[in-house]
Write a protein that binds this ligand. Structure first.
Ligand code: MCN
Length: 800
């Protein structure tokens, strides 16, 4: 643990081994070992997988947002040369996915693998076509003749909640799939009545797409020898994909093996299971031939899972000194037509209501959260899961209160931040916040911004006729929570994870895990953790992951859980193997195991360099000369570790500077700073890469990205011409400072951080935009803010 009173301290400069932990590889900025292959074009993505006799799948999809399926005629498609099969829902026996939250407020709805009687969004699949090549499959998919009977479209939450609106699902009254009153407080009415200042807002964030480089994709093949369906799939959650296939197709879990190749980005889109992969698996099982499906960009933008379309109606009461007195929120999430498996559509309202107070001390709180069904694609837990939105809400409220009270907005934040001496802090939401550096990160960010001359640059830009502004956001990121997730009451509750560490006869190490890094650099960081424990070089440690036949059950990678849970499990397993190595060395060196140290590839008796044996020699003896060892040490060098932590909060403060062109109203990100604290940093280079990627996604949500639909539920952002994703040219350099508050709820002291960049950026950018407009009455509470929004608002105010 660190030496300072608050438990935090500046970490060692990038690249230096982490000495505090006593480790030699923790804290080292080792190059990502998985990157070289990718850069040389040697990645192996699902679309790279080819099999002899492989067939290709394409889907016949609905052109309407809401319609009854009157009849499907597949004869023309089937008659096309090279078409091997066409299956409808009836042909497959009507398989479906059912995600369940075990709460009375939740209405379970089935997501059919192929729609049978009714379609609920443009792009919903009604038939799968299997053909010799992908182009032929697409042509044949278009040749499937469907007789549609159009239904009135529920295109948005306003339409869905209008009195007497048609129900997207007959079982979901008022189109509400879940309605949760999470917190109530009888004192709030009096608090609001008496408060010197009450601020409020109608905050909104647009529907966005995760935009992985490779979209969803799979190759399903029947293994006759093992009598097993093998599904190679671009997924973050191989075991949940296996469970989904087994449940939907009614087969034993051991009859399915899911293997994830390289994944070209997941970002939450791939932590749920799609229907296309199940239909492809069903087709391969029937045809006993390999079948591959690779989503194209249009399908990815229109027919996969989206994220983050939310509205918040929030009021907050503040005292004259800036202290927040009460908070009341009504949260509505447009979750589209279905509940995604296994998390359910409640994941966003649940997260929003539970975590809204965030890093601030809120004494009285009430929150209602709803998931509203519409005729749009379902949503998945996109990176950050409601936290980009709730941070935006709280950070806007801080600014509004400061405005109303005539106080400095950063002072208002300080007045409310949970501070050292108050940890562990039990929030009004029932959450226990472990030690963090909320205040320290804000202090450092403010100093850094001043020292780096941002205010001067802002003044200069303003003097030259531009609009320029600086914005901040403070937030925490709950990471690595295991079975404590059971509070949500999902029928499939994510929890602990497992790791298996074994040393082979040459002294090299294989680690298999139930987590699945798909771009986060686990091959490197997990190797650093295990190498430290075993006293070997990280280059000797190989990670095996993403294969359901390798780990008993694992929960994959999402929710910034891997370093804490998977890394903790690997730490424990490696510790057990290290114990065994120490005992074998002690036996050979005639010493006490407690005196044996493992480092630099040697087992050595402490203080006696001559009394040492190479670890590779211990491995050789353990395997090839086991008879020289006493009975309990004879059975190889391996151990299983598992870990189920309660969760730990990392935290950060972001600062952004934007410049708005007064003629074109284009908003340019000019400067960006992140002060982050993810506890013990295992690999600073990887953490910084994660931060930069996350900030880019969050800034994109604030400035560019939105999926649009018209009132008929037709998508208007079906290509990357219409859906604006930033390139490197739009993102400014991102400076990063680290603080380190080691977590007591993590074997390594590390806290997760994989979503933080995305969580903090929208609020910081939005506050910067509002600061740039501070000489006008215009303020925005929604994202993205587009040049057209700025132009229209300034024209309206007569200040353009
Ligand atoms: N790390 C570290 N020290 C710490 C914390 C983390 O060295 N104190 C390292 C970890 O070892 C890991 C990486 O940073 O290599 C991220 O760790 P963690 O915070 O545990 O997050 P996960 O590995 O569980 O990744 C999930 C997170 C999420 S939720 C999304 S969404 C996301 C993200 O990661 N999707 C990504 N980053 C992504 N990056 C890529 N390239 N692709 C995605 O799809």
């Amino acid at each position: 643990m660190s030496g300072s009173a608050s438990g935090w301290q500046p970490r060692a400069p990038s690249g230096e081994p982490h000495r505090e932990s006593g480790g030699r590889w923790w804290g080292a900025a080792l190059k990502r070992r998985e990157t070289r292959g990718m850069l040389l074009g040697r990645g192996r993505f699902t679309a790279d997988l080819v099999r002899a006799g492989m067939l290709h799948a394409a889907f016949t999809r609905s052109p309407l947002a809401a319609a009854r399926v009157v009849a499907v005629d597949v004869s023309a498609a089937l008659a096309m040369p090279g078409v091997a099969a066409v299956y409808t829902a009836a042909d497959l026996g009507g398989p479906y996915l059912l995600a369940v939250l075990e709460r009375p407020e939740f209405t379970p709805t089935r997501m059919p693998v192929l729609a049978a009687d009714e379609v609920r969004f443009v792009g919903e699949p009604v038939a799968i076509v299997i053909a010799d090549d992908p182009y032929l499959a697409e042509d044949a998919a278009e040749a499937v003749a469907v007789d549609w009977a159009a239904l009135p479209v529920i295109a948005d939450m306003a339409a869905a909640t209008t009195e007497g609106a048609r129900q997207v699902h007959p079982e979901a009254a008022a189109n509400c799939l879940v309605d949760l009153t999470m917190f109530t407080d009888d004192r709030l009415a009096d608090i609001f009545a008496a408060a010197p200042v009450v601020v409020s807002g109608d905050f909104a964030s647009a529907r966005v797409a995760a935009l992985p480089l490779e979209g969803r994709a799979c190759l399903a093949e029947w293994d006759e020898r093992d009598q097993q369906l093998v599904l190679h799939m671009s997924t973050q959650v191989p075991h949940q994909a296996r469970s989904a296939v087994a449940q939907a197709l009614g087969v034993a879990e051991h009859g399915v093996r899911v293997i994830a190749p390289d994944v070209g980005g997941g970002f939450g889109l791939k932590c749920v299971v799609g229907r296309e992969e199940i239909a492809t698996a069903a087709a391969a099982g029937r045809l006993r031939r390999p079948v591959r499906w690779v989503e194209d960009r249009q399908e990815n933008l229109t027919a996969s899972f989206h994220g983050h379309e939310q509205r918040y109606d929030v009021q907050a009461a503040f005292g004259a000194d800036g202290a927040i007195l009460g908070l009341a929120a009504d949260v509505r999430c447009d979750v589209g037509a279905y509940s995604a498996f296994p998390f359910t559509c409640a994941v966003e309202p649940l997260m929003a209501c539970t975590e809204l107070p965030g890093v601030y001390k809120v004494p009285a709180y009430q929150a209602r959260g709803r998931a509203i069904a519409t005729n749009k694609p379902p949503t998945a837990p996109y990176r950050g899961v409601s936290r980009p939105q709730i941070v935006l809400v709280m950070e806007r409220l801080m600014e509004k209160a400061a405005d109303a009270l005539g106080l400095d907005p950063l002072e208002v934040r300080r007045r409310n931040l949970i501070s050292s001496g108050e940890f562990p802090y039990r929030g009004v939401n029932g959450i226990s916040y472990d030690e963090g550096s909320y205040r320290e990160s804000l202090d450092l960010a403010e100093k850094w911004v001043a020292r780096s001359g941002w205010p001067g640059e802002r003044d200069q830009a303003r003097a030259s006729g531009m609009r320029a502004g600086i914005g901040y956001s403070c937030f925490s990121e709950r990471t690595g929570y295991g079975t404590t997730m059971s509070q949500r009451r999902m029928r499939m509750t994510p929890g602990y994870d497992v790791a298996h560490v074994r040393m082979d006869p040459s002294g090299e190490v294989i680690v298999s895990t139930g987590t699945f890094g798909h771009g986060q650099g686990h091959e490197t960081t997990f190797a650093q953790i295990v190498a430290d424990r075993l006293g070997v070089h990280p280059g000797q440690v190989r990670l095996r992951q993403g294969d359901t036949d390798l780990a008993a059950y694992g929960w994959g990678t999402w929710g910034s859980r891997s370093i804490v849970i998977g890394g903790g499990a690997a730490f424990r397993a490696a510790e057990s193997v290290a114990d065994r190595l120490r005992q074998i060395a002690a036996h050979l060196l005639e010493a006490s195991a407690a005196d044996v140290e493992l480092a630099d590839g040697r087992a050595q008796v402490r203080g006696d360099p001559a009394a040492a044996v190479p670890i590779s020699e211990l491995a050789r003896i353990a395997h090839f000369q086991a008879h020289v060892l006493p009975e309990p040490l004879r059975y190889g060098l391996e151990a299983r570790g598992s870990y189920d932590p309660p969760g730990t909060f990392s935290n950060a403060c972001h600062a952004a500077m934007v410049i708005i062109d007064p003629d074109t109203f284009q908003i340019r990100l000019h400067r960006y700073l992140v002060v982050e604290d993810c506890g013990v940093v295992i690999n600073p280079m990887i953490v910084e890469g994660q931060v930069r990627g996350g900030v880019t996604q969050g800034a994109a949500a604030a400035l560019y990205e939105r999926i649009c639909y018209d009132s008929d539920g037709q998508p208007h952002s079906a290509t990357l011409m219409d859906y604006l994703a930033p390139t490197a040219a739009e993102i400014c350099p991102i400076d990063i400072e680290h603080l380190e508050t080691p977590s007591a709820h993590s074997e390594t002291g590390a806290k997760g951080m994989g979503e933080g960049g995305t969580i903090g950026a929208p609020a910081a950018v939005l506050n910067a935009i509002n600061d740039a407009l501070s000489d006008t009455p215009v303020r925005f509470d929604h994202i993205p803010v587009l040049p057209a929004d700025v132009c229209a608002a300034l024209v309206r105010e007569g200040t353009a």
